[in-house]
Design a protein around this ligand. Sequence first.
Ligand SMILES: Cc1cc2nc3c(=O)[nH]c(=O)nc-3n(C[C@H](O)[C@H](O)[C@H](O)COP(=O)(O)O)c2cc1C
Length: 198
Amino acid sequence: MLNDRSSALSLLETRRSGKPRELVGPGPTPEVMKRILTIASRVPDHGKLHPWRFVTVADDQRDALGALLRQALVEHDPCATFQHHQKEDEFAHYAGQLVVVVSAPVANHKIPVWEQELSCGAAAMNLLLAAHAVGYVAGWVTGWRTYSERVRAAFCGPGERIAAFVFIGHASRELEERERPPLEEVWTAWHPPLFDDE
Ligand SMILES: Cc1cc2nc3c(=O)[nH]c(=O)nc-3n(C[C@H](O)[C@H](O)[C@H](O)COP(=O)(O)O)c2cc1C
C-alpha cells in the first residue's frame, strides 16, 4: 500500500502537459481509453449530476473535423489567412486520441451551474492525470474554436459547451518543465474579519 501511495505521489509530482501539436501517436487502445475515462469520471460531483461528457473523435473522422473547423473559421474571422486555415486543419489532425470534454450542466437545479462547471474542470484534470498514469502524455487546449457556435453545435446539445480538447499521445521530445507558482503566492493563512465591536 505504501508503495502504491508513493508511486501515486511521484505521478502527481511529475505530471505535466505535452503540446498537442508535438505529440506523436498512437493514442491509447479502446481498452485503455475505457480505463482512462473511468478514472476521469471519478471526480467530486455535488448532486451526483455528472455534468460533463467525453466525446472521442476517431482517426478517420479527422478530415471531417478539419472541414468543420475551416468552415467555422470563415464565420469567426472572414479575413482569416490561408495559413490560419491550414493551422486549423493541422489541429484537426494532431496525433493521438482526441477527447472533447463537454460541460453539460443541469439548468435550474439547486446545485449552482458554477459548481457543476467546477466538477467538469475536475473531470478534465483527472483525464490528464489518468493519461499520465497509464504512460501517455496529454494536452488540454481551447482557443477560438471552443467558443464557435458551429463547433459547439457539432459536439454539444442545448445548454452544453466545450470545456477542453484533450489530445492523448506520446511525447516526441523531452517535455519541458514550466515554472510553478511559488507556494507563498497561492497559500495564505486565513485572517478572520474584525467585527465592529471588537
Ligand atoms: C481551461 C484551459 C484552457 C487551455 N487552453 C489552452 C490553449 O488554448 N492552448 C494551449 O497551448 N494551452 C492551453 N491550456 C494548457 C496550458 O496552457 C498549459 O498546457 C498547461 O497549463 C501546462 O501546465 P501543466 O504542465 O501543469 O499541465 C489550457 C489550459 C486550461 C486549464
